[in-house]
Design a protein. Sequence first.
Length: 641
Amino acid sequence: MLTEKRLFFAISRILILLLSLTVNSKAQNNNPTSSCPTSSCGNISISFPFRQKTDPKSCGYNNPSFEIECQNNRAIMTVRSRKFYVQDINYEFFSIRLVDPGINRGNLSSCPAFSNGYDDWPTTIFDGILDNIPVVFVHCLAPVSSLKYVEAGFCGNRSSMFFNSSEVHSYFMIGDRVRTSDLEDSCTVDVVARASPRGPTRDNSSLASIYDGLAYGFELSWFRVLCAECERTYGYCSLEGNTISCKHYCREDTPVSKLGFKCQFEFWGLIVGVWGGIAVGGLLALRFIIGFPFLIGLVVYKWRRRHLSIDESIEEFLQGQNNLMPIKYTYSQIKKMTNNFNQRLGEGAYGTVYKGKLRSGPFIAVKMMGQSMASEQEFISEVGTIGRIHHVNVVQLIGFCVEGSKYALVYEYLPNGSLDRYIFNQLGIEALALRYEKMFDIALGVARGIDYLHHGCDMQILHFDIKPHNILLDENFNPKISDFGLAKLYPTDGSVVNLTAARGTMGYMAPEMFYKNIGGVSYKADVYSFGMLLMEMAGRRKNMNPFTEDIGQIYFPLWAYDQLYAGKEIEIKDATEEERKLVKKIIIVALWCIQMKPSDRPPMNKVVEMLEDDSELPMPPKPFMAPREITGDHEMTKTPN
């Protein structure tokens, strides 16, 4: 086997080397906008792949995260709705250093505005979050003497919303990720921040040292945006020092057993060709004659196995779902529907969504799933849950495709997009601002959809990811619940759900996901998420907004409760009296839904009754502790059970 490999690489070494060098050169010089002028904001020089908002779109990488906003001579970068100050951009080593806007070097009680988890950054364009040092903020109801805890000042921006300052003890924990089970019983994680290991250092146990590191910021690498040419040629793109390297998988130092199918096919095919050309001896000819049919049979077997089968988990699932209503399409039909995937609607954690059209006329949305275990699990969750239900307020799954390593989901197309566009008016267009009567109709429709999932089927369907982004609107702004990738099926007996890890989106996840002592996880988790959704619809803003002018309104649900409890009105610009009543009803229902204990929350059929009831609703108790809010769309997509 070693002789065969040396023979193969002796012939192809020069070709592979030339190809690698060519791709390397293209990868390092893949800057189609070199003619664009360099701009600046403060002491930050801005050039490709970054650009300012005032620069032409062609002058930067085609992704909103690379758009730099200059405010008061301070560079600001927005990633997934989270704004960070830009401290430095290093074009030699392809890195950018960011700092959380909530950190103040001179204030040892300042807190980060955002949490930086491992999955908070789009890894297809950014790299390096793992290289930064995690700094975990925790608050405890009792003092802790462990050396792992560094005593910190009272975190005024966050903990003051939950506890009286005299009742809480604040600490830092530096190092690996802190799990809930590893914490002291009286402690909870408030936020996870990160600092660059190349920042200023003092004694690690010093509070000032920790803030020095946080104020210095954390670093991300953006070299992957220059890897398009390398990845197009099936290369592996990596950063070595300050050089972008493109290597191919068919390398001499890779064992044959570890090569991919494509490389094995090329490897064995070239060996057969070389043997046929240099065969001069009878023994070599005999080996060739005997080995050739075997190799051909092996190649045919592997080719058929690759193209005619799928992963065992998906195949077994589909075999047990013969009664599903969705249509099974071929990959060629999917390509024809989408006109060869020429109109992209968006990109999610598990794949890309394209617009298409059925032969009968209606438009569709096609989600092409990525190739990962998480994508397979989402595929099974989607087909296994949404595939068996039909409801006016649940998005319809028309069909699916499973062909080799390619799987896709075909949904009805909803032209008005997701609800978050209209709640937060992300595009700044006045026409997108819906009246509160329509917002109320949308809220009632979503409530009916969730109630159907909980009580309308032979199996109880728990969604686990109710949020504005997953509520889609049709041409008449009727809401439909979508994205069942984290959903689970359970018996309708109302029993507690067994989960090994929290699932959902931070800011909408029920507290029992983290605090097991308040109650088990059940359908009440969806009730909590719906309550947080209602709050954002009523306030037309994120529930947590550290940039608000009124510090009392940083966490909207608690502010709204205090206003109503004191008999005050919720101020709404240009609202009629009827609209004010609707907003008050929405907030009261939301406050019932976000009660701390699951047992204190109403079921969804009761929530629907409360929304439909014209009488005055009673005020609920004030939640014991408000949930932590992490701005942005960080999804805790742990491996489902």
